[in-house]
Every structure is written in structure tokens, then in C-alpha cells.
Design a protein around this ligand. Structure first.
Ligand SMILES: Cc1ncc(COP(=O)(O)O)c(C=O)c1O
Length: 484
């Protein structure tokens, strides 16, 4: 039976809701909205009448009317009978949290760490691919392993990096996330243990959980310069014998760290002796901002399974990635793949083959731009949010920031009011960890970063000025925004 909330109970929940930073009706509406989103005010509960709430709060009725109208507009209050609307969640929340191809309207997106296409290069690759297409049209169009020209190009790329590879060791996929799902469905079953870095890439965590596996998180070193706590990885492998370990040693998402060759060797050795399949996500390997050299993880053990993608080096819209592994393993992966789909689109693969063959072509300009953006972001954060501790990323697309209080979810919930979409720190971990952290991408140009950091400052100020807001939102679950 749906209930109602009396004015005294609501006033208790509101706490010290006003700090005078905004008109009173907006502050009142904001706090009620946050209480609803946080579950502290249940759904489908009738709020007090405007008159009763105005009286209890000592406000004018116009203020409460305006606050309720604001909540109705945003979909947090149904029309209700008379003035007693009932709490609800807006229907538009799902599309807003999944921005898709279009830039989200009116919001700057710091949840996605992704660049626009290396446009000219990608466009030319497609134009050239079309000239090759007629030769393939008489075929059936199915190839679950991938178009041979692309498999050959990827194999040559690995060989050029010092890991001799044949085309038979390559399976082309629709991106790295697809690759990870193929690997998971082949190698692990329900309740199997999968070791991950902590923090790690949220979509990988989701895929591992969706496969029914038990996540074994191993913390990275608190000191950026030490990279990974390899001893902890080794002892977890020795003691728990996970079926699989998923790691991002090349410009780790979210920290931007790179694993040293010594640590790679130790990790590969530990995985081999524990019987753990080491799955290495190399999606960000091309985004080497400071020129730090490292050998691909597969240099250190033939049984490493490597996942790669063109999403960050060229464009996520290509939806092209791959798996490199021993031939026998590729045979198992392709059997899994055909339970999901029967191959990738041919023109995309012909274009991707061209892009892989001249992989470095768009990278010089891309890295130049990213270095510039990274410096802008670090300088802006140092100037406007000096209380945040920001780890300097060596590559990749994001900076991992330590916040002075456990307020990442609260910032994320408030962010849309300041024109931002954020991914809260706990999305990058398990068990509610990383409330003290926020990942900030430097994929936007400096002018937009300036806006974004200004908005982060404003949101942080709002939280600092309102301990009640912080408390209200602290225990909340992070919003399930789409992240990349
Ligand atoms: C570490 C990592 N792996 C995989 C992906 C997803 O790659 P794809 O677009 O190829 O599926 C991303 C995207 O952000 C990533 O950062």
C-alpha cells in the first residue's frame, strides 16, 4: 500500500538543506531529488501538501509550490491529486545515461574516455576498402575468424613489435569488449575466480560478473611510480589459483600507468605456474604519451591471450578488435564466437586492414593533441581543485584523481546540474571501493576541459557547503551510467 510522508518526517530528512547558493525553491527541490535518488524517500510516496510543508519549514507557500513544480518538470513527482504529488523516477533517465553516437545534449561527457575519429585517415581507408570489395562479393561473406587481409596485418604488427605471430593466431572481433566476452565464455564457468587489477575498466568488470565469475580484486600500488603490487598478484595467484587474470598493463584504465618489463615477466611466470590464463587488454597500448618503452606481454609467455582494438587509436565507431593467442586457443575461441555471431562486416575489416598496416599514421597528431590536453587538465585541476591529488598518467586517456572526502557518487549525482556527466569512482572497483576517486578524461579540447573543471569545482563547492548533501548521497549506489 503506497504511503505518504508527513511534514515533520520530511523536514528531518532534509536536514540543513539550504546554504543560500541558489534560490530556495531550487535548493529544496535538489535535496528532495537527491533523497529520492538515494532511496531515502521511497518511490510512490505522497509528499506533504504545499501548505503543510511551507508551514513546517517556515517558508512561503510560493517557494514550496515552485520546488514541487521543479520536481514535477524533472519527473521526480507525479502530478497527483491536488498538490500531493507522489515520488517517482523520471522515464528519461535510461536514454540520458546511454549517450550513444550523438554527443549528449547539453552535457559534457566525462564518463566516456574516447576520441572522435582520426577522420581523414579513417574516411580514406573506407574509400580504398570499397575498391577492394568487388573481389570478395562472389564469396559467401561469412568468415568467423576475420577477413584474411586483416588477420595478416594484425599478425605483422605483432611480429614487428618483437612477437612473431602468424595470421592463424589472430581472431578478428567487433572490438575489445566482444573479444573479452569470447574469452570469458571459452575459458571460465560460473563461480570460477577471475583476478583483476583494482581499480580496473568497468565494462570488463561487468562482463566478468555477467559470466557468473567471482572477481578477485588486487590493489595497484598506492604509489604511481611502483605501478603494480606484483607480490600481491603473485600470492593471490599462488593461493587462489584463479582460472583467469584480466590485466591492462599498457596505460591502464583508469590510472594511465604502464607496467615495467620486469613486472610483466614476474606476472607471466606466476600465471603460468598457477595455471591461470593471463588475458591482457592492449586497447590503450598505442596511446603512449611519454614514449616509455615496454615489450608486449606475449613476449614473456606464449600462452598469454592478448586483446586489442582500433577504438582508441583510430575510432570506436569502427567496432574492430582482435584476439591474439596460440593457434589451438584461437580454434576454441572461434567455436565460442559462432555461438554469438558469424563474423564481422567485410568492408569494415578491409578498411581496418589498411589502418593496421599504417597504424602509426594518425597517431602522431593524436598523441600531440592528447599531450596538450593532458597538460591543460593537470594545470586546471592543480589551479581549481588543489585539494585533489591527481596521478600523472603516462598514456591512455584518463587521469585518476583522489578526492579529499568520499564523495565521488555524490559528485556524480550532482554533476548534471552543472552540465557534466561523470562516472563515479566505485564503477571502477568492487564492493563500493573508490568513493574517494574520480576518473577524469583528457579527451576534450582545453576550452571544454576548462568548462568541465569549473563545473567540477562548482559541484565540489556545493558538496563542501552542504554536509547533509554529502551524507545523504554518501551511501548511495553510483548511478549506472554507460562508461568507456
Ligand atoms: C581497457 C579497455 N578495454 C576495452 C575497451 C573497449 O574497447 P572496444 O571499443 O574495442 O570494445 C576500452 C574502452 O574504453 C578500454 O579502455
Amino acid at each position: 500500500m503506497p504511503g505518504s510522508l508527513n511534514p515533520t518526517a520530511l523536514v528531518r530528512l532534509l536536514g540543513s538543506w539550504s546554504n543560500g547558493a541558489l534560490p530556495a525553491y531550487r535548493e529544496l527541490a535538489d535535496v528532495v531529488r537527491l533523497l529520492v535518488m538515494d532511496g531515502r524517500i521511497p518511490l510512490d510516496v505522497a509528499l506533504p501538501s504545499e501548505r503543510a510543508l511551507a508551514q513546517t519549514l517556515g517558508l512561503s507557500r510560493t517557494t514550496v509550490t515552485a520546488a514541487y513544480a521543479n520536481l514535477r518538470e524533472q519527473g521526480f513527482l507525479t502530478a497527483g491529486q491536488g498538490s500531493r504529488g507522489r515520488t517517482s523516477i523520471p522515464h528519461r533517465s535510461a536514454p540520458v545515461s546511454v549517450p550513444g553516437l550523438a554527443a549528449p545534449e547539453g552535457l559534457q561527457d566525462l564518463a566516456y574516455a574516447s576520441l572522435p575519429a582520426a577522420g581523414e585517415v579513417v574516411h580514406r581507408a573506407f574509400a580504398d576498402a570499397l575498391t577492394e570489395l568487388p573481389a570478395l562479393l562472389p564469396g559467401f561473406g561469412y568468415d568467423a575468424l576475420g577477413v584474411p587481409a586483416l588477420r595478416e596485418a594484425i599478425a605483422q604488427k605483432y611480429s614487428a613489435e618483437g612477437v612473431p605471430t602468424t595470421a592463424d593466431q589472430i581472431l578478428v572481433t567487433s572490438g575489445a569488449q566482444h573479444a573479452l566476452n569470447i574469452v570469458l565464455h571459452t575459458l571460465v564457468g560460473k563461480q570460477d575466480r577471475v583476478l583483476v587489477e583494482h581499480p580496473t575498466y568497468p565494462n570488463a568488470l561487468d562482463a566478468i560478473r555477467a559470466a557468473g565469475c567471482k572477481v578477485l580484486p588486487v590493489a595497484l600500488s598506492p604509489h604511481a611510480s611502483s605501478g603494480w603490487e606484483i607480490d600481491a598478484f603473485v600470492s593471490t595467484m599462488n593461493q587462489q589459483h584463479p582460472s583467469m587474470a584480466y590485466v591492462v598493463p599498457d596505460f591502464h584504465n583508469p590510472t594511465g600507468r604502464i607496467m615495467s618489463d620486469l613486472q610483466r615477466r614476474q606476472l607471466a611466470r606466476a600465471a603460468a605456474s598457477a595455471g591461470t590464463v593471463l588475458v591482457v587488454d592492449e586497447t590503450l597500448r598505442g596511446l603512449n604519451l611519454d614514449g616509455v618503452q615496454s615489450a608486449p606481454m606475449s613476449t614473456f609467455s606464449p600462452s598469454v591471450v592478448s586483446i586489442g582494438s582500433l577504438s582508441k587509436s583510430h575510432w570506436a565507431g569502427l567496432r574492430t578488435g582482435w584476439i591474439r593467442a596460440e593457434e589451438a586457443m584461437i580454434t576454441r575461441f572461434v567455436a565460442t564466437r559462432t555461438t554469438m555471431d558469424l563474423g564481422g562486416p567485410v568492408v569494415e575489416q578491409l578498411a581496418a586492414a589498411r589502418l593496421v598496416r599504417s597504424f602509426a599514421e594518425p597517431l602522431d597528431a593524436r598523441l600531440q593533441e592528447l599531450r596538450h590536453n593532458r597538460e591543460s587538465l593537470l594545470a586546471l585541476l592543480a589551479e581549481h581543485l588543489p585539494e585533489w591529488e591527481v596521478e600523472r598518467p603516462l598514456g591512455g586517456l584518463t587521469a585518476w584523481c583522489r578526492l579529499p572526502t568520499a564523495c565521488s557518487t555524490a559528485l556524480t549525482v550532482l554533476a548534471p546540474d552543472f552540465g557534466l556527466r561523470l562516472a563515479a569512482g566505485p564503477r571502477f572497483g568492487v564492493g563500493g571501493a573508490f568513493e574517494h576517486y574520480l576518473r577524469v578524461p583528457y579527451t576534450l579540447p582545453p576550452a571544454q576541459l576548462e568548462f568541465a573543471v569549473g563545473a567540477l569545482r562548482a559541484a565540489q563547492d556545493k558538496l563542501d557547503a552542504s554536509p547533509q548533501l554529502r551524507r545523504t548521497l554518501k551511501a548511495g549506489r553510483p548511478p549506472a551510467v554507460a562508461v568507456a
